[in-house]
Design a protein around this ligand. Sequence first.
Ligand code: B12
Length: 290
Amino acid sequence: MASRQLRIGELARRTGISADALRAWERRYGVLRPARSEAGYRLYSEEDEARVQAMAREVGRGVPAAEAARLVLAGGADSGERGDFAGAADELRRALDDFDDARSQSALDALLAAFSFETVARKVILPYLRALGERWERGEASVAQEHFASFVLRGRLLALARGWDRGAGPRAVLACAPGERHELGLILFGLELRAHGWRITFLGADTPIETLAAAVEALTPEIVVVAALAPDHMSDIEPALGELAADEKLYLAGTDAIEPLAGRTGAELLRGDPIEAAAAVAAAARGAGS
Ligand code: B12
């Protein structure tokens, strides 16, 4: 059978494993055995791809990378569905439900070491939070579990955010509307925008609108993002948002229900999840700058 040959970017896209992690798995553990093109590029076979998928599943379950590599090379790794994050998400959910901080942290560490931030955010963290909300609504998860999970995830995401205001990229000021305490979506958005080279100033939950306006005046950012899951938190400050949008590039986010308000204030509504919205903002800014 003539085997298909994939370049590293394509393999990364298909498996959700970053190119850096793929090179490390090759160098450290010999899990990948790429051929080389005439120009010296790595070319991966279908067998390489299958080993990456198997390794990803083991690491996603919390197996340390060296041990996962040993299993894969010995042919003892699980051969479940491709690109299935259910195992990893399950381990995280169980650890968070059990109020087990250490296990939650290692499940997150293992995921973030092996997969790109975007993949972990979209395939594990966002679905987990949505499911947690549904379980809470049905009375299957307690308020204590919701608070504990938010605390662990927030801490881990803010650790990734360290230094996200450094550099020379365009600046974004991010704030939750007054009264709004749901800030994880805004943090995920900031992390993804940072991955596109932006500098982030994060004002967090329940930001008084006067404070936001003063910070924006001092920092002169390229964009300002105000988020709220509850539409009331936006309508309470509609006039102030209008004033802000007159001078700044203002985006509103969190719920499509605020679309009319965004139109009235002259702000733009960010659609989709925080990761796709950040990619869209970065692309729009690149387009405007070129
Ligand atoms: C964690 C959580 C909390 C934590 C927040 C901790 C923190 N530091 O952020 C705490 C415990 C504080 C909390 C409090 C409350 N919560 Co709460 N919470 C959640 C939970 C489980 C996850 C929220 C989250 O971060 N999701 C991650 C985001 C990204 O996903 P999402 O919520 O699906 O958001 C979508 C869009 O809105 C958009 N989006 C969201 N934010 C952003 C930001 C940007 C920049 C962009 C571009 C897009 C975007 O992306 C998602 C689509 O993929 C949700 C369940 C759920 N469905 O999400 C409930 C939920 C949001 N909470 C809810 C409620 C009712 C409350 C409380 C009123 C409960 C109470 N009685 O005290 C308070 C309100 C506090 C306040 N004043 O804001 C309801 C909201 C119902 C509604 N539509 O009005 C939900 C949906 C639970 C439910 N199923 O009923 N909560």
